[in-house]
Design a protein around this ligand. Structure first.
Ligand code: C2E
Ligand code: CA
Ligand code: CA
Ligand code: CA
Length: 278
């Protein structure tokens, strides 16, 4: 038994070494990938209660030369740990705003908004506000059409500084949505102090909204909470008509999910918007 125990310990060690080596390789690959232009954006439509598109969320993709398309769920956490999220996030913002500016230039798509994910580390960087304003300037995108998605993690420490940054960007018209709402550690006291425009109900609550458990109550409560704070509410991960109908009945304003569209490559999102807007 002892020997077997030692053996399994050795296996754990090897597994850990492999994991560390894999992460190191991934990190090196990511650096190179940024230089080589292997990252791209997909865009997932957001629609109003009538099903008309109001904009899209930019979602990053990595086309790795050997591994193919790598999911952001795999590389965003590593990018956050290593700090690579800073150049990557900057690239995402620049590309999304370039696309947003192209919408602004055409009458049929001029009113659409672009939602961009911002990680806590990116938001906390001392130059963040200046960088966003510089990107807007460079790309010619309308700040009033840009919506930054923040997560609850940001609310925990230094609320003062968070509020100050949000206000600086809001002064130029930039909007804010609180992403994955209900999954983190939001305190209602902080929530009240943040100059948000929108709450985004996490897909984990949307998924089982009709399953008869607590999720219907949670979803309804988030909508009521958002409304009472004067915020718009959007639901993500909407896959069925029944989910959409339930949420719409409870005054959810906007929807995003496979029911309407999967995230689309740049040319396809323009076709989608072109066909559905006027
Ligand atoms: P998220 O911000 O919560 O994005 C929503 C995720 O749900 C996306 O996964 C999207 O493709 C997926 N999704 C959309 N509709 C449905 C649906 O109806 N059903 C299901 N099952 N899934 C749906 P994706 O693109 O793999 O992104 C995963 C996460 O990676 C994002 O979660 C976000 O946290 C992060 N991420 C993606 N792009 C960026 C980025 O540019 N910057 C940062 N910081 N994070 C990003
Ligand atoms: Ca998001
Ligand atoms: Ca989300
Ligand atoms: Ca989510």
């Amino acid at each position: 038994a002892r020997a077997a125990g030692q053996n399994s310990l050795r296996f754990v060690d090897l597994d850990m070494q492999t994991a560390i080596a894999t992460r190191a390789a991934l990190e090196a690959d990511m650096r190179l990938g940024l230089e080589r232009g292997e990252f791209l954006l997909h865009y997932q439509p957001q629609v109003d209660a009538r099903g008309d598109p109001t904009g899209a969320e930019a979602l990053v993709r990595w086309r790795h030369p050997r591994r193919g398309l790598v999911s952001p769920a795999e590389f965003i956490p590593l990018a956050e740990e290593t700090g690579l999220i800073l150049p990557l996030g900057q690239w995402v913002l620049e590309s999304a705003c370039t696309h947003l500016a192209s919408w602004g230039a055409r009458p049929g798509t001029a009113g659409l908004t672009m939602a961009v994910n911002v990680s806590a580390r990116q938001f906390r960087h001392p130059d963040f506000v200046r960088q966003v304003l510089a990107v807007l300037e460079r790309t010619g995108a309308d700040p009033r059409r840009l919506k930054l998605e923040l997560t609850e993690g940001l609310l925990i420490d230094n609320v003062e500084e968070t509020v100050a940054r949000m206000i600086a960007l809001k002064a130029q018209g930039v909007g804010f949505s609180l992403d994955d709402f209900g999954t983190g550690y939001s305190s209602l006291a902080y929530l009240k102090r943040l100059p948000l425009d929108q709450l985004k109900i996490d897909q984990s609550f949307v998924r089982d909204v009709l399953a008869g458990g607590n999720d219907a109550t949670i979803a309804r409560t988030i909508i009521t909470l958002g409304k009472s704070l004067g915020l718009a509410v959007i639901a993500e991960g909407v896959e069925t008509e029944a989910q959409r109908d339930f949420l719409a009945q409870h005054q959810c304003d906007a929807f995003q999910g496979y029911l309407f569209s999967r995230p689309l490559a740049a040319d396809l999102i323009d076709a989608f918007m072109g066909a559905r807007t006027r």
